[in-house]
Design a protein around this ligand. Structure first.
Ligand code: ADP
Ligand code: MG
Length: 636
């Protein structure tokens, strides 16, 4: 037994990691080369921490070491070594950072991804499984590391990436970390210097420390946000985005700002091309980094953007912020708040310009990030009007359910005498168009916004009006649109004799029969083809919104509605006649309850089938009898 082996301790990987390693070693990704990007990014993080520490401290290991990354290829031994002079790791750091997945849920995300998404190498960096990606190409990895803390001994970690890892105390002279990757036979290409250099150029060009590959400086190290806009090409902007976002996709757009007064700052903000929240990932992490004169002082800088713009990535640099600012004082810093409000205005203006001048691009943006942007309508009252103009909805003027329109466009299309903006909420466009509420709108050729997300109704009720025009739900009892409807719709000449009276009598019967189930019963001025429908008194939200409330508050009862009756409908006219004969009352009662429940269903309430099915059977029995001439005949 040699000396090292005596001290060797062995550890089991956390179960989550074992699963992850198993997925990774069976080649999850199509571009395995990204493992290098991950290792370099970790080295760069460790160097940033070192640089930062050295600004305010003097007593640490390896004071005179240059901050850099070295990469060496050894074709003979099939190894690739990535060394850095960063902060290094103590034994505890290794166990905590390399032996466990810190970001809980990372594995779940990966396990739930579709096969296609698993091949997408962007996933790697985003969920903190960066280091393990090395096992896509390695059959053994050694980490040799020495902490910046003078009292900590150096350690070596090694593992073949299956179930266990081992730790040994070692002698190591230099501060920092060395990752020795022993390549699998089929991955020999990563020992070629030119291959390594091209990977570095592709993914790690903007790392702000020198990367030496085979003794040659390989990256650029420019703070492009400090350069004048005219010097930067579109491609450089894209490259920089890919670098800071750890992705291979190009951004949807960027925003480069430099301000001198009253505050000096420069920034490049990006909008990613896809919203990963849509695919069921956790809430997006804010991807903003804050620099003070090119030195990173805070990554994941949430305070700089409101929640509803959390998808924005980028860098902000201001020399007016001291390097040693703490997280807490950063939050309260007056200059930070100023920068934040300038950036917010700029993002909103950029979106507005895009919505106006690059419609297709804006729609692409909206389909990805609209659902996040909408949150601003509830929280950012100061910018609510600007945000309202950025909202998009489907509407009755769109060709199909993919179409989008803005409130401005709706307002432009309004009829000269139209005073209100209308919307309706239901599960899908088909349900809305087949339901009773839109009959009058179609007849009058008035546009209705189609909301399939009940949150949109919340949003519009919160807004109350747009350009001084009230926003109204199409299922409300008193709409401006209905004011003169009766004249146009009801042709009394075609009605049965004495109908005025028998219809009134029928309304009374319905009121009595459904007394416990409806608020009131009224003649309808909106129905064309349907016999009846349920409408909400003013100010009561739709059933869909009420259901949302119910999810939060289980004591909440869905409110009763007003039942509107279409006096022109043949069935209603027949019922009015039957209603004059007392012997039909039991049958009428059944019919009215059934009509009510039909209307409920059309309103989106799924009704308990246990009471409905027997009633329907009884009604069908009556129908069959009547067809065979065995039912009661009406005698008036
Ligand atoms: P992430 O970088 O997202 O935290 P990784 O799996 O890439 O996830 O790395 C895990 C952790 O291991 C890092 O957060 C860091 O604490 C530690 N680590 C990895 N590489 C190094 C390194 N070269 N120097 C110091 N610490 C490192
Ligand atoms: Mg990493």
């Amino acid at each position: 037994m040699n000396n090292e082996a005596k001290h060797e301790e062995s550890f089991e990987f956390q179960a989550e990691i074992k699963k992850l390693l198993n997925i990774l070693s069976h080649s999850l990704y199509t571009h395995k080369e990204v493992f290098l990007r991950e290792l370099i990014s970790n080295a760069s993080d460790a160097l940033t921490k070192m640089k930062f520490y050295s600004l305010t401290n003097t007593d640490y290991e390896g004071k005179d070491l240059p901050l850099e990354i070295n990469i060496d290829c050894d074709e003979k031994n099939k190894t690739l070594t990535i060394s850095d002079t960063g902060i290094g790791m103590t034994k505890d750091d290794i166990v905590r950072n390399i032996g466990t997945i810190a970001k809980s849920g990372s594995l779940e995300f990966i396990a739930n991804l579709s096969e296609q998404a698993k091949k997408d190498s962007n996933i790697i960096g985003q969920f903190g499984v960066g280091f393990y990606s090395v096992f896509m190409v390695a059959d053994e990895v050694r980490i040799r590391t020495k902490s910046y803390n003078k009292n900590e001994p150096a350690f070596e970690w090694h593992s073949d990436g299956t179930g266990k890892y081992f730790l040994n105390p070692i002698e190591k002279e230099k501060r920092g970390t060395e990752i020795i990757v022993h390549l699998k036979d089929e991955e020999k290409e990563y020992t070629e210097k030119t291959r390594i250099q091209s990977i570095i150029k592709k993914y790690s060009n903007f790392v702000s420390f020198p990367i030496m590959a085979g003794g040659e400086m390989t990256n650029q190290i420019t703070a492009i946000w400090k350069e004048p806009k005219k010097n930067i090409t579109e491609e450089q902007y894209n490259e920089f985005y890919k670098f800071i976002s750890n992705t291979e996709e190009s951004p949807l757009f960027h925003l480069h700002t430099s301000a001198e007064a009253p505050i000096q700052f420069s920034s490049i903000l990006y909008c990613p091309p896809t919203n990963h929240e849509i695919y069921g990932f956790k809430k997006l992490e804010n991807g903003l980094q804050f620099y003070s004169n090119k030195i990173l002082i805070q990554s994941d800088c949430k305070i700089l953007m409101p929640e509803y713009l959390r998808f924005v990535h980028g860098v902000v640099d201001s020399a007016d912020i001291p390097l040693n600012i703490s997280r807490e004082t950063f939050q309260d810093n007056r200059i930070i708040h100023k920068i934040k409000s300038v950036l917010l205005k700029q993002v909103l203006t950029l979106l507005q310009d895009m919505a106006k001048n690059e419609k297709d691009k804006y729609e692409t943006f909206w389909r990805q990030f609209g659902r996040i942007l909408k949150e601003g309508m509830h929280f950012d009252f100061e910018n609510r009007d600007a945000l309202a103009q950025l909202m998009r909805f489907n509407s009755s003027t769109c060709k199909d359910s993919n179409g989008l329109t803005s409130l401005n466009e709706y307002a432009d299309r309004m009829k000269p005498d139209q005073k209100e903006i209308y919307y309706i909420t239901a599960v899908n466009r088909e349900t809305m168009e087949k339901g009773p509420y839109l009959e009058i709108f179609r007849r009058k050729d008035v546009e209705v916004l189609y909301l399939t997300d009940p949150n949109d109704e919340f949003l519009l009720t919160g807004l109350q009006e747009f350009e001084k025009k009230p926003l109204r739900s199409a299922d409300q009892a008193n709409l401006d649109l209905l004011k003169d409807s009766d004249k146009k719709i009801v042709d009394t000449s075609a009605e049965p004799q004495n109908y005025e009276e028998t219809f009134k009598h029928l309304l009374k019967t319905i009121r009595v029969t459904l007394a416990d189930r409806v608020l009131d019963v009224k003649e309808s001025h909106r129905l064309v083809d349907s016999p009846c429908c349920l409408v909400n008194p003013d100010g009561v939200p739709s059933v869909h919104v009420q259901k949302l409330i119910q999810m939060v508050d289980s004591n909440y009862k869905i409110s009763k509605k007003i039942m509107e009756i279409n006096r022109k409908h043949r069935m209603i006219q027949n019922l009015a006649r039957m209603n004059e004969n007392p012997s039909y009352q039991p049958l009428i009662e059944k019919i009215l309850n059934q009509l009510f429940e039909n209307a409920l269903m059309q309103d989106g309430v799924v009704f308990d089938p246990t009471s409905m099915a027997p009633r329907l059977n009884e009604l069908i029995e009556e129908l069959t009898k009547a067809t065979l001439g065995e039912g009661k005949k009406i005698i008036i």
